[in-house]
Design a protein around this ligand. Structure first.
Ligand code: SPQ
Length: 429
């Protein structure tokens, strides 16, 4: 599928973006493990989150989509059933890695696979700690690659210093810790998104957070709770950058999740000179929310690295687009994790933005972008990666001519309806 984007003079009006992907996954997982009925409103019906729901369906959990909400009949921590078939995580790293943590604690056999991209992404980062906790996990390349076969059961508690700043690895261990024989502790090198911790607390788990250490106590009484999912800041990011780099924009994005572990993009764009106002702040099931008003801005280059990286890891492709339209040099470092996402995002971002005429160099752990080069629309490819497809669409909004993005079907992984929301906000050039 192709997406065609022509230049626009601005993004205006008020829009909403769909529910947060990370929170939607976790709502299904904790809803399934709690006792009783959990209702999830504004659930993200994207391919990734639907993969999580389908996996829990195969584990014997009734999940009904009533349109306005998803109804999950929680089975309790020990109520999942051995699946009679392979669990398919599709394109979703979150589904596979977090579910591995849950399945490690189940007294049955299960097998998980995914699409070609997911089967090439590193899994030893979760199979290693879960094996240390006592689960038997086999996978290709000595447990490094899916399909994964998991024989779970009662686990041993663990103290685990994370070798990478990854919310998925952290969450896999925290979820497995629910089934351990004592309290388990995870130590983070840098803070990553903390939706699992917030949702565990919201569902009544016993969890302590001290600095970069998180301790989970086993066998909590998880009680079903209603969850209202805020808009996804990672989806809003495309509209934020689109509005900043087009000349007549004044766009408000309502009800966006602004958990501080996810708002690195706002900090960086403001440092680049972006006019972004945060208003109408609130809290939904332990997650902060706000409306964001974004106006066209003259951007300058910046440096991005260190502990900012986990706070904006999924926004780097679209931040690179902002940098291409900024004056001066932007340097992104400490971002080697991007090489193991749905595509090698350092290489796909650099390669595809060069097609527009951007001056961008890939380094072993980042990108160097010389902003301000004249760009023109081009034929480009998503490489099967939803975030690359949408970042290229944003570049197309500010490039003369018509940009054609191949493989744009990937967008449905996180943002079905992206093109419709874009069309509702764009001015004709
Ligand atoms: O689920 P998946 O495929 O890994 O999704 C991505 C994305 O761009 O949507 C990464 F490719 O987001 C991850 C994110 O990069 C979602 C996530 C989470 O929900 O816990 C955490 C981050 O990954 P990681 O590996 O840094 O823990």
């Amino acid at each position: 599928m192709e997406l065609r984007i022509s230049r626009t003079s601005g993004l205006v009006g008020t829009i909403e973006v769909p529910g947060d992907k990370s929170i939607s996954h976790r709502a299904v997982m904790l809803g399934a493990l709690a006792r009783g009925r959990t209702r999830v409103s504004n659930f993200l019906r994207s391919a990734d989150c639907l993969s999580t729901a389908a996996c829990f369906g195969k584990l014997g959990v009734s999940i009904e989509d009533r349109g306005s909400e998803l109804i999950i009949e929680g089975q309790g921590l020990h109520g999942l059933k051995e699946p009679s078939d392979v669990l398919d995580a599709g394109n979703s790293g979150t589904t596979m890695r977090l579910m591995a943590g849950i399945l490690a604690g189940q007294n049955f056999y299960s097998c998980m696979t995914g699409d070609a991209s997911l089967r090439s992404r590193p899994m030893s980062r979760v199979t290693r700690p879960l094996s240390l906790m006592g689960a038997t996990i086999l996978g290709r390349a000595d447990g490094a690659l899916a399909p994964l076969a998991i024989r779970g059961g009662r686990l041993k508690s663990i103290i685990y210093p994370l070798p990478v700043a990854s919310a998925q690895v952290k969450s896999a261990v925290l979820l497995a810790a629910l089934f351990a024989d004592g309290p388990s502790k995870v130590v983070e090198p840098k803070p990553s998104r903390d939706h699992t911790e917030r949702m565990l607390e919201y569902f009544g788990a016993s969890l302590e957070r001290r600095g970069n250490e998180i301790t989970v106590y086993p066998e909590p009484n998880l009680a079903a709770r209603d969850v209202s999912v805020p808009g996804d800041i990672s989806s809003a990011a495309f509209f934020i950058v689109g509005a900043l780099i087009t000349p007549e924009s004044d766009l408000t994005i309502r009800n966006v999740g602004v958990n501080p572990t996810r708002t690195g993009i706002l900090d960086v764009l403001r440092a680049m000179g972006a006019q972004i106002d945060v208003t109408d702040t609130g809290v939904m099931n332990g997650e902060p929310t706000a409306d964001l008003r974004v106006r066209s801005s003259r951007l300058g280059g910046t440096e991005i690295g260190g502990s900012l990286i986990p706070r904006l890891i999924d926004e780097i492709p679209v931040l690179a687009v902002a940098a291409v339209f900024a004056e001066g040099r932007t340097v992104i470092r400490d971002a080697a994790e991007l090489k193991v996402k749905e595509s090698d995002r350092l290489s796909t971002t650099a390669g595809e933005l060069r097609r527009f005429g951007a001056s961008i160099t890939e380094t072993p752990d980042g990108l160097i972008i010389e902003g301000g080069a004249p760009l023109s629309a081009t034929l480009c490819s998503s490489h099967g990666d939803h975030r690359i497809a949408m970042a290229l669409a944003v570049a197309g909004l500010a490039s003369p001519g018509e940009t054609v993005i191949g493989g744009a079907g990937a967008i449905s992984v996180s943002f079905p309806g992206f093109a419709d929301v874009l069309n509702s906000a764009r001015l004709q050039y």
